[in-house]
Ligand binder design. Structure first.
Ligand SMILES: CC(C)(COP(=O)(O)OP(=O)(O)OC[C@H]1O[C@@H](n2cnc3c(N)ncnc32)[C@H](O)[C@@H]1OP(=O)(O)O)[C@@H](O)C(=O)NCCC(=O)NCCS
Length: 210
């Protein structure tokens, strides 16, 4: 993970939507202000920062796109520039790995022994208990809790306000709907929700869920 607070950094955010706005705030809180946004949608006002046409070879970047599949596609393109960011108010335990491009938002708690892959989102106020593994391009929603030793597969989204009990394994590119209580393992590429969570449909990696 990149050093926090390095003053020489030139960090661009790729994606100037609502998620980009929050990522800019994460950087600012840690004394690493973003210098601009890249976005391909015309007419965006990028939260007071300039829209820039392309990557700066001397800079670094965060893919500030909330959708896991879209973020994965963009990350492959911008791989050499990825940096991670952790909000000043997040609590990170000992022996925690945070992969390049991953963002940990305000008030998140990540307990010891957790492994977080590349380009993940650990959203506002989420709690990741000890020894969880969160694979590349996955997201943990605002206010979501993972018990100890949970495994979240690549590209999987655990929706906001969900709870996943200890040692559960969730497969790749699955979506756990908002407010779910996950008591049993979930396979890859399904949508599941409810209390207790049940699989409701299959899904493709690129299906939207936000
Ligand atoms: C699970 C999810 C992907 C389903 O989306 P969808 O397929 O578009 O579902 P719909 O909105 O068409 O709803 C279909 C039905 O499922 C129900 N439903 C949808 N999501 C549900 C959830 N999380 N829990 C319980 N029921 C849910 C709806 O109430 C609806 O029921 P009805 O047919 O009786 O009216 C979506 O609702 C969701 O929870 N996404 C995650 C959002 C999130 O966490 N965002 C984080 C932003 S940071």
């Amino acid at each position: 993970m990149s050093e926090q607070g390095a003053t020489h950094e030139r960090i661009l955010l790729i994606g100037a939507g609502g998620h980009g706005k929050v990522v800019a705030d994460v950087l600012l809180s840690a004394g690493r202000p973003a210098v601009g946004f890249i976005d391909y949608k015309p007419g965006l006002i990028a939260h007071g920062l300039p829209l820039v046409p392309h990557m700066d070879p001397a800079g670094c970047a965060i893919i500030a796109v909330g959708d896991n599949w879209k973020r994965e596609q963009l990350a492959e393109q911008h791989r050499p520039w990825a940096t991670a960011a952790v909000h000043r108010t997040a609590v990170i335990g000992g022996d925690v790995e945070i992969g390049e491009g991953t963002v940990v938002m305000a008030g998140a708690v990540v307990n010891p022994g957790v492994r977080i892959g590349r380009h993940c989102i650990i959203n506002t106020g989420s709690r990741i208990d000890h020894d969880c593994t969160i694979e590349d391009y996955s997201s943990i929603g605002p206010g979501t809790t993972l018990g100890g030793g949970v495994k979240v597969g690549r590209g999987t989204a655990v929706g906001l306000g969900s709870s996943v009990v200890h040692r559960i394994v969730i497969g790749e590119y699955t979506v756990v709907g908002a407010g779910a209580l996950v008591l049993k393992d979930l396979p890859a590429q399904v949508v599941a929700y409810g209390c207790p969570a049940r699989v409701v449909s299959p899904r493709k990696r690129e299906d939207t869920y936000l």
